[in-house]
Design a protein around this ligand. Structure first.
Ligand SMILES: [Zn+2]
Length: 368
């Protein structure tokens, strides 16, 4: 880093005269640094991009003669490794046009804000996204929202898979479709609309029904991240899990269950898989008294309880998870499932484990 500068998104604040806060206030990026003699604040003021690292150290030691130069170099390294610094001399990336830099400037600021890793360019996330290939299976409530977020964010290639036609009951949440589209294949409309949002993204689609692991395996080999946004048939997430375990493809699912909007993200070989969660849940169920379900006599068992908010939140969480797997920003822990409760606006982890389940039928020894 030639001329280090504190990232604008991480500008520090001094509290009184002995505490410095950098990186805002959110857990995950903010840090509070004790500063009893004012050295930290003095160092931060020197990191304004006008000096080389050696000049920063020399200036600080000049002002604080008791400070060993090695300590100052280490402090700068620590700030850099936490992602708080950028190189003021960084040239604009040749791979992005001026128009692209204008389009994605606000997104760049957010990526930089969430980034806790030093990068050679502040455009790291954008460059990673434009190289990425994502397949979205299911372009309903969740898939529509996620696909739009991915296209607006500048993912390189997006492939959509969806068998259905646009129906009136879709229009309370599926943001890619309007009353003009009733009766048309969703995938055709989705491709058209998404191309209009960002003509530089290669958007493709196929009107197809997922029929098993083999079909998903073929899809998974052709993308960097697969988003499973379909909820039927019941086994579709386990099929995806097995396909992505076979191909080593990272994958995400988004979903809702009434007022709980959830997301799961998985990186094969990096911890428990989706079916580990089901294995753990089945074991817990066996240990508990047997439940008796209320018989469904309403005749509405097939009706989804969902609106634009619950589907949209799940879709945006899924889009966020996909982009975090592509860019590494933020560094979300994978191989777990999180739900947000619209009744309390709090989240809960509904599956998280450090280790795979030894008797998991998908990734355990019996799977081979
Ligand atoms: Zn497993």
């Amino acid at each position: 880093m030639h001329r280090p500068r504190i990232k604008y998104e991480h500008l520090p604040v001094r509290h009184g005269e002995d505490l410095v806060q950098i990186g805002g206030s959110l857990p995950g990026v903010a840090a509070r640094i004790p500063d009893p003699d004012g050295t930290v604040w003095a160092l931060l003021t020197l990191l304004d991009g006008t000096r080389t690292v050696d000049q920063v150290v020399a200036d600080l030691v000049h002002r604080h003669p008791d400070e060993p130069p090695d300590t100052v170099y280490t402090a700068i390294d620590t700030l850099a490794s936490a992602g708080y610094l950028e190189n003021a001399d960084e040239p604009p990336p040749e791979a992005l046009s001026e128009a692209q830099r204008e389009r994605f400037g606000r997104g760049r600021a957010l990526w930089r804000w969430m980034d806790t890793i030093p990068r050679t360019t502040g455009w790291h996330a954008q460059l990673a996204l434009r190289q990425a290939r994502v397949t979205v299976v299911g372009v309903g409530g969740i898939g529509s929202t996620a696909a739009l977020a991915l296209v607006q964010s500048g993912v390189g290639r997006l492939h959509l898979v969806e068998p259905d036609l646009v129906e009136l009951s879709n229009l309370n949440r599926q943001i890619l479709y309007t009353e003009h589209d009733l009766g048309r294949p969703k995938v055709d409309v989705a491709v058209e609309v998404l191309r209009r949002h960002n003509g530089e993204v290669e958007v493709t689609g196929e009107q197809a029904t997922v029929d098993g692991v083999g079909m998903l395996r073929r899809m998974a080999t052709r993308c960097d991240v697969l988003l499973m946004a379909a909820d039927t048939p019941h086994e579709i997430r386990s099929w995806t899990n097995r396909a992505c375990l076979d191909t080593g493809t990272a994958w995400v699912h988004g979903g809702y269950h009434g007022p709980r909007a959830g997301v799961g993200l998985f990186v094969p070989g990096n911890g428990p898989c989706y079916d580990c969660a089901r294995t753990a849940a089945a074991r817990e169920q066996l240990a508990a008294p047997p439940p008796t379900s209320w018989p469904d006599t309403s005749g509405t068992s097939g009706t989804h309880a969902v609106n634009a908010v619950s589907a949209g939140i799940a879709g945006h969480l899924a889009g966020h998870a996909v982009m975090s797997l592509i860019t590494g920003i933020p560094r979300l822990r994978a191989n777990r499932q999180i739900g947000y409760n619209l009744m309390t606006l709090q989240h809960s982890t509904f599956y998280e484990s450090a280790e795979p389940e030894p008797d998991c039928p998908a990734c355990g020894p019996s799977a081979a």
